[in-house]
Design a protein around this ligand. Sequence first.
Ligand SMILES: [Zn+2]
Length: 424
Amino acid sequence: MLLLVAFLTFASLWAQPNTATVLSAIDRDADRSIALLEKLVNLNSGSYNIEGVKAVAAVVEPELKALGFATRTIPLDEVKRSVHLYGERKGRATKMAKPVLLIGHLDTVFEKTSPFQKFERKGTQATGPGVSDMKGGIVVMLSALKGLQAAGLLEELWITVFLTGDEEDSGDPLAVTRRDFIVAGQAAKAALCFETGVRRGNLDYATTARRGYVDWELRVKGVAGHSGGIFSEKLGHGAIFELSRILNEMHENVREPNMTFNVGMVLGGNSVQPKEAGSGSVTGKVNIVPAEAMARGEIRALSLEQVARIKDKMHGIVASKNLPGTSAEIKFDDGFPPMSPTGGNKKLLAVLNEASKLAGLPELGELDPMERGAGDISVIAPYVDSLSGLGAIGTGAHAIGETVDLTSIPRQAKRAALLVHLLK
Ligand SMILES: [Zn+2]
C-alpha cells in the first residue's frame, strides 16, 4: 500500500501539464461523443442480430484505427453469433511489460422485434436501446483514448481493446465464444470494463466485484397410482411432496450473505415436459399420485468457493432423506463465474480515485456486489486485476426507456483516461 501511495504521489506530481490537455480535449469532444452515441444506438444490435452487431463494429473500428489501433473482427459463426472487435496499440515510447485491456460489448438486449429502437435526447438525458448498456460506455472509452492522444500520451501506453458481440446472450459454449477474450485477459496487467456506471445521490460508484451465476435443475421421480393409495408402502408420497420438501429445506438452510438462490419455475404431475425458452407443460389429475416433478432456478454468488459450498448443500438436501417412494437428482450448469472482491481490484479503485482527483472530480464509491449482475469482466477477473462500471451512467438497463445521463460521458472519460495514464 505504501508503495502504491508513493507511486501515486509521484505520478500526480509530474502528470499535471498533460492532464490539462487530456481534460480539455475530452470536453471539446463531448458533442461529437453524443452524435456518435446517437449513431450507434440507432443501429439495432440485439445479440441475435448478426448484421446489426457487425454494423456497430463497422462504426467503432474506424474510430480505433484513427487512434492508431491495429484492429480485427473475430467471427462467431461457430456459436451462432456475430463478431467481436479487437484492437491493439503499442505506443513507441511505452515501457509497459503488459497492456491495459479495455472491454465492453457491441450488442444489446433489444432485438429488432422490440418497440424500443431509437435514440431520443431530452436535455441532458437521452433514452434508447443500449444508450447506457453499453453504447454509452463505448463512447466513453473512445473519448478517453482521444483525450490521451491529444496530449501525446498514447505513445507511452500499451492498450488492447476487446468489444464482445454477444455479452447479453452469449453463444454456447462460453469456452469457445470467450476463447480470444480470455487470452486477452490473461495477457493484460489490468482489465477495465466500460459497462454502465452507477450514481446514487451525488456519488458515482465503480464495481470491484460482481456475483456469478449457476443454473440448476431438480428432477424428482415418484410412483404413479391411485390417489387413495398415497403414503402407502407401494406408492409412497409422490413426486410433488418430495419436490416441496426439498425446496422448503433449501429455503430454510441454504441462504447465506452475498448470495441468492431462486426457484424460477416448477412443474409437477403425472408427466412434465419443460421447454428451453422457459415454458413447459404437464399432465396430471387430482386423483393420481404424481410420478414427476421438477424445478429450475439459479444461484448468484461472490466466489467460486461459495458456489462450491452452495452446490454441496443443495446436493446434500436432494440426496438424503427422500420421502418414501421417491428419488431426486439435481444438475448444475455453470454460467458466468464471479468477479471476486480481490485486493488487486480494490487497488485499481484506489488508482481510479487518484485519477478522479487529478481530473478535479469527486471520489467514487465501491458498489455493493449484491447490486450488480454477472458480466463479461467476470470471465477474465480470475486472471487479472479488474474494475467495472467505468461507462456512461444511466438507469433502467435492459428495459424499454433505458436512460443515460449525457453529462456523465465526459466525466467518466476523464477518469478513465487518467486511470489508464496512471497504469502505464
Ligand atoms: Zn451490458
